[in-house]
Ligand binder design. Structure first.
Ligand code: GLP
Length: 265
């Protein structure tokens, strides 16, 4: 995998937005097929989204031929709820760029048949041609999307029960009241993410340092689903200095030296 240790989340987010925009532009130059982009929610990608909005406004990249698939959604929260991932995505990205609303795909956590919804989501991804680039964040316990510890590394889109830890961490978005946090979510699986042609995972801040350490140096294990990235041919982990804080000195130096051209001075 590539590991890019940026000075801070600002430089990491700028790099990531530019990387995504360049990938979209490269595909647009060679085919009329849409670029298929997998997207996360959470606080981590917000700066990257701001930067993508800026690049879109400046005319550097267009989303007119981009199809998106979000990673996950809570079960049972109305779409218009302020903490639904639908609301998050429209507020933080989609309303500000030239994407066509019909090209946005987000799991429906209020579907009558949740299993069918998950099955259809996989089919929709397939008929869009597969995901070109999946952007993701990581939980403090190393989960990607809502693939909590001990999720199958071969998992596909499905219903998941959230761990107590995740409910607690996410309660900050629900006025700190854990009773308001949904206990179930629909989420793409580890294998859904790893089936993308490229995967870029963001991790910023000291709370993500253990997940980064396990993801890079730890053994491949369902205990830390982020370690699945180790098996991907084009996996990239983008961190800041704080999130890299638990890596061995030699690991840190190695990635800093081989990636020096990609990192800002
Ligand atoms: C949630 C989301 C994940 C996200 C994680 C970290 O559990 N399902 O996709 O990566 O939170 O969120 P944050 O970026 O806010 O730290």
């Amino acid at each position: 995998m590539r590991l890019l240790i940026h000075h801070n989340s600002g430089s990491g987010s700028r790099w990531t937005a530019r990387y995504i925009a360049d990938a979209i532009n490269r595909k647009a130059a060679s085919t009329s097929a849409p670029f298929v982009l997998g997207l996360p929610t959470g606080s981590t990608p917000v700066e990257t989204y701001k930067e993508l909005i800026r690049l879109n406004r400046e005319g550097y990249v267009s989303f007119a031929n981009v199809v998106t698939f979000n990673m996950d959604e809570y079960v049972g929260l109305p779409e218009e709820h302020p903490q639904s991932y639908h609301t998050f995505m429209w507020e933080n990205l989609f309303s500000h760029i030239d994407i066509k609303p019909e090209n946005v795909n987000i799991l429906n956590g209020n579907a009558d048949d949740l299993e069918k919804e998950c099955e259809n989501y996989e089919k929709r991804i397939e008929s869009a041609g597969g995901i070109d680039l999946f952007l993701g964040g990581v939980g403090e316990d190393g989960h990607i999307a809502f693939n909590e510890p001990f999720s199958s590394m071969s998992s596909r889109t499905r219903v998941k029960t959230l761990t107590e830890d995740t409910v607690l961490v996410n309660s900050r978005f629900f006025d700190g009241d854990i009773s308001l946090v949904p206990r179930l979510a629909l989420t793409v699986g580890v294998a859904t993410i790893l089936s993308a042609k490229e995967v870029v995972i963001l991790a910023f801040g000291p709370k993500k340092a253990r997940a980064v350490q396990q993801g890079v140096e730890g053994p491949y294990s369902h205990s830390w689903t982020i370690t699945g990235l180790q098996t991907h041919r084009h996996g990239i982990l983008v961190t800041d200095e704080e999130a890299a804080g638990e890596l061995k000195v030699n690991t840190y130096r190695y990635f800093k030296s081989i990636e020096k051209d990609a990192l800002e001075e």
